[in-house]
Ligand binder design. Structure first.
Ligand code: 6GU
Length: 219
């Protein structure tokens, strides 16, 4: 499941440049029981299966015995909702373990004993933590210095300066009567910067009044 996203684009380039390493571990390979089961019925009843403590504990203990980790992150819809500042913070850390949950959840004792941080990627339910782990991984890796060839590019993203980005255009200057804003063709760098900033502010005000409000409380 991870092959597609991790074999492409920015994540792949970061791995090839030797800036990051990604190791995928299958919990099923760490089951001590002969049925290789990783889940079981919940104590006290209820729907769905619960991921068992033992395979996950064995795997996490193996990993932390091999190298130090800054965080052991569990991807779960009841975690802290991911935003750019959290990605920025995590991009400055060393090794991370991302644990993907599945089914109805994982045995609570895993969370109590091993997990240092719980992250959700938004208020909707996915069928597993894998897609969330890929989203988190991409958002962390792309902002590590040296990963993007244009080093300034990640910094001008929507959200990175707390506002949405201004619209962008490329050639041709006119297509079927639709023109690129005159100012961008003017060569006047100062006026262009001002235009971009104004656009960022008005877009944010119109589309994300919640972010706009925060921006003007801070600045
Ligand atoms: Cl981290 N996991 C699942 N299963 N659903 C989610 C999520 C995570 N974040 C948002 N929805």
């Amino acid at each position: 499941m991870f092959d597609g996203p991790f074999q492409h684009s920015i994540v792949k380039r970061a791995v090839e440049k030797g800036i990051v390493e990604i190791h995928i571990h299958d919990i099923r390979e760490y089951t001590p029981n002969k049925h290789r089961s990783v889940d079981d019925y919940p104590y006290g009843g209820g729907s769905g299966m619960v991921m068992m403590i033992e395979p996950i504990a064995i795997l996490i203990e193996k990993l932390v015995s091999e190298r130090p980790y800054d965080e052991v992150i569990f991807l779960t819809p009841d975690g802290l909702v991911l935003d750019q500042s959290l990605s920025n913070r995590l991009s400055m850390s060393g090794n991370l373990i991302l644990l993907c949950g599945h089914y109805k959840g994982i045995d609570e004792r895993i969370r109590e004993r091993y997990i240092t941080m719980e992250i959700s990627i938004g208020d909707y339910v996915l069928s597993g933590g894998e897609l969330a782990a890929m989203v988190l991984t991409d958002s962390i890796i792309r902002i590590i210095p040296g990963v993007l060839s244009d080093e300034t590019s990640a910094l001008s993203d929507s959200f990175q300066n707390k506002l949405l980005s201004a619209p962008v255009y490329t050639r041709p200057a006119e297509y079927k009567g639709m023109k690129v804003p005159e100012i961008l063709l003017s060569g006047n760098d100062k006026a262009i910067s001002k235009w971009k900033e104004d656009q960022a502010v008005s877009r944010t005000r119109e589309r994300r009044p919640d972010i706009y409000q925060k921006y003007f409380n801070e600045y």
